[in-house]
Design a protein around this ligand. Sequence first.
Ligand SMILES: NC(=O)c1ccc[n+]([C@@H]2O[C@H](COP(=O)([O-])OP(=O)(O)OC[C@H]3O[C@@H](n4cnc5c(N)ncnc54)[C@H](O)[C@@H]3O)[C@@H](O)[C@H]2O)c1
Ligand SMILES: [Zn+2]
Length: 368
Amino acid sequence: MHTLKVRLEERERGYPIYIGRGLLSQLGEVARRHGLPEHVAVIADSTVAELYGEAALSSLRSAGYKAELLTFPPGEGSKTLEAAAGLYDGLLARRLDRRSAIIALGGGVTGDLGGFVAATYLRGIPWAVVPTTLLAQVDAAIGGKTGVDHPRGKNLIGAFHQPRFVLTDPETLSTLPRRELHAGLAEVVKSALIWDEALFRFIEERLAALLSGELAALEGAIAGAARVKAEVVSRDEREGGLRRILNFGHTIAHALEAATGYQHLLHGEAVAWGMRAAVWLSQERGLLASAERARVEALLRRLPRPPLPELSPRELLDCIRHDKKVLGGRLHFVLLRRIGEAVVNTGIGEEALLAAWKYLEDLQRGNP
Ligand SMILES: NC(=O)c1ccc[n+]([C@@H]2O[C@H](COP(=O)([O-])OP(=O)(O)OC[C@H]3O[C@@H](n4cnc5c(N)ncnc54)[C@H](O)[C@@H]3O)[C@@H](O)[C@H]2O)c1
Ligand SMILES: [Zn+2]
């Protein structure tokens, strides 16, 4: 088992991330150790509830908890205030009071929604998170950002609310659809590229095992990538500066997702395309050596992914402009100096973005 720590300054306490195969069966004990109050609502989407709801409840109950299961329909469409309101109703009906807690069991949607409900119900009750997608295990469950979407954009309503602990059981990935697993791997690669050369080497060596879902390899990758996120957010809890490097590959990824109505690509798939563009730009700007770029490109090429969506350069720029406006005016584009070290650049203009887009289109056509 791996135990990592998210350290937080300020008033809030830090919390541990436990990673180990079979850990779900110890959820109750871990909750006890962290002093979660007696009455617990496990929040899960209906798919995950079906697969792991009983295991979570029975572990909690054998540790003496009064445990309930609240479910909602799976998918990003549930990350709404309406879905949160439905969960408030469920919590009130089951009489969860201030001496209660929430456990979010599922992917990033469940973590964001369940965490948001925990942050707001009765002005905030304690919570913990049990991530069951690779994306959530290495990214969404760490950092304390919770929230829901608004018709005008994703994640626009939310709160910072740190969990008491994160409990990650890689065995839950055995039921995750392959496409979701592969998309999550793109975020693992991102973590390695921005922070951890040794993790990058690990992925290069074990990629076949990772792609085929081998749990021992996945556990190593999760521990490595979760450590990157934990270290970065520990140093920059509320997104002043350093945390921006986590957006490596994401400027173009977000535009790709938005321009295709979030239908065509999974988030990690969009990030894989975005990283290829960012790596190319990093070399163009004279930051990244060409041998390093070739090494990164060789790895990214091995990640399965759907084709690049057809998009006019104008649509792409419109989406990036929109993103920029929401973020307060300035485009912070993340580039690589070398494998394991990222820098934030504020000088990437539209021309450079268009050139990067053209590079992706050429890659897609098979003539880079
Ligand atoms: N808070 C953050 O810092 C942060 C960071 C990154 C992403 N996010 C958010 O995370 C969300 C995406 O997360 P996601 O990709 O995990 O999506 P998700 O939660 O919708 O899960 C994807 C699908 O996998 C299913 N699933 C989950 N675990 C499973 C398992 N073990 N076996 C079988 N099926 C399983 C779910 O039912 C769902 O259909 C987005 O809303 C994004 O905004 C948040
Ligand atoms: Zn991401």
